[in-house]
Write a protein that binds this ligand. Structure first.
Ligand SMILES: *Cc1c(COP(=O)(O)O)cnc(C)c1O
Ligand SMILES: [Zn+2]
Length: 417
């Protein structure tokens, strides 16, 4: 994992031991002087850097802000978020056939997805910058989280959604939490292009995962998984399987592990293998891993029922590809039918997730069948959003209601059929 080292002597631009660095050319920038999303020299992605990286002993409290020692601030606009369950799924574990399988259910965050972890930190940074309008492009969950956290902070929020392609629960959340919703006649990637332009013109502060501080919040998923798994099993998981859209989470988890290695809190050999799962109809990251590319090719036409990962141009690919490779992980594409099947299986074991989240389980299954994942592995699958986010998908995947007469005898007869 030398490829993306976290060299830690603070440049002049640093503020309280925090700065931004370009992952391509190494240029360093002041973190909170003005909104900055990409390197002014080479357009590369930026990453938050710290003078010091904490060890597990430096963490206290609960939720995202338990990890304040690894974040740019001590506290932020909080609902609160994080501290999500690491479910046991014994039937699925036996069926998949691994040493252990746990499901980290990020759908249990305040607005029902892991995006809340990024927003609590991102909105705190927005306050530091003194901006008066927040914006994002979204396949849905980012808009719900931004609307809630922006509303909580009392700042105007603007969300750009691909018209007709966002699950009902997510639009409802963004609307009720008070965002202005702009429905764009185009896909998610087009929405992101537009909102990035608005941000560059100074019209709004961008809170997509291109924003490096979003990923700082999401990094805490990695810390939580390691701490919970260690507490229960006295070891770390071998592999973390997660759905991939813009690849922000993949990049964020990798950063969490690099920081712990840098701090001497984790051995390189203990870092879990990051394993990304995409839908077959939207799989540029899988293509890049399979073909050994340094960056993804933009897929113009993407389609999947897992709308949260219906993304053809993953903005964080240059951070996430080294994460998958550097940890010895892999990436795999799954069919929509396999996603729906996994969603149903999880739900029958009591864990309700939206389709994109179930991709992690579908991907694990496929990798077990191909022998890529061994039967002696300890695996954590990340489920990113709650079942109720996409009620239409849930209704389609679940059983049909059975019409019966308003009569006990008739109902008994029906049940006996
Ligand atoms: C945002 C989102 C993803 C994709 O995460 P990335 O960090 O963009 O790869 C996956 N699942 C759900 C439910 C999401 O909301
Ligand atoms: Zn640069």
């Amino acid at each position: 994992m030398t490829e993306l080292s976290l060299g830690s002597s603070p440049p002049e631009a640093a503020a309280d031991g925090v700065w931004l660095a370009c992952i391509e050319c190494g240029r360093t920038l002041a973190p909170f002087d003005e909104p900055t999303y990409r390197c002014p020299d080479c357009d590369g992605l930026l990453e938050a850097r710290y003078e010091e990286y904490p060890t597990f002993e430096d963490f206290s409290g609960r939720g995202v802000w338990r990890y304040a020692a690894a974040l740019p601030f001590e506290s932020g606009v909080s609902l609160p978020e994080g501290d999500t369950p690491l479910h046991e799924v014994p039937r699925l574990e036996a069926d998949v056939g691994v040493r252990s399988l746990r499901v980290k259910h990020e759908g249990m965050n305040p607005t029902g997805s892991f995006k809340d972890r990024g927003m609590t930190v991102g909105v705190r940074v927005a306050q530091e910058l003194g901006v008066d309008r927040l914006a994002c492009a979204s396949t849905g969950n980012t808009s719900a989280a931004l609307a809630a956290y922006g509303g909580r902070a009392g700042v105007e929020t603007l969300v750009l959604l691909p018209a007709g392609k966002v699950a009902a629960g997510k639009v409802a959340q963004a609307a009720l939490h008070g965002a202005r919703i702009l429905e764009v006649d185009g896909n998610f990637d087009a929405c992101l292009d537009v909102v990035a332009e608005l941000a560059n013109m100074g019209e709004a502060y961008l809170l997509n995962s291109l924003n490096p501080f979003r990923l700082e919040g999401q990094k805490t998923i990695g810390f939580e998984i390691l701490e919970s798994f260690l507490a229960e099993y006295d070891r770390y998981p071998d592999r973390i399987v997660l759905p991939v859209g813009n690849a922000g989470n993949t990049a964020a988890l990798y950063k969490a592990f690099r920081e712990l290695v840098e701090a001497g809190a984790l051995d390189e050999a203990e870092v879990p293998m990051l394993t990304g799962v995409q839908a077959e109809g939207a799989a540029p990251m899988v293509e890049a891993i399979e073909e050994g590319l340094d960056d993804t090719r933009r897929w113009e036409d993407v389609e999947t029922r897992a709308t949260a990962i219906r993304i053809g141009n993953p903005v964080n690919a240059r951070k996430a590809l080294p994460g998958i490779r550097g940890t010895g992980g892999t990436a795999v594409a799954v069919a929509d039918e396999a996603i729906v099947d996994a969603q149903r299986t999880l739900a029958e074991e009591g864990v309700g997730v939206e389709p994109a989240s179930a991709a992690s389980i579908a991907g694990l299954r496929k990798l077990r069948e191909s022998g890529t994942v061994d039967d002696d592995e300890d695996v954590v699958c990340l489920t990113t959003g709650h079942l109720l986010k996409d009620p239409d998908a849930a209704a389609a995947a679940g059983r049909d209601p059975e019409p019966v007469p308003n009569d006990t005898e008739a109902i008994l007869g029906h049940l006996a059929e």
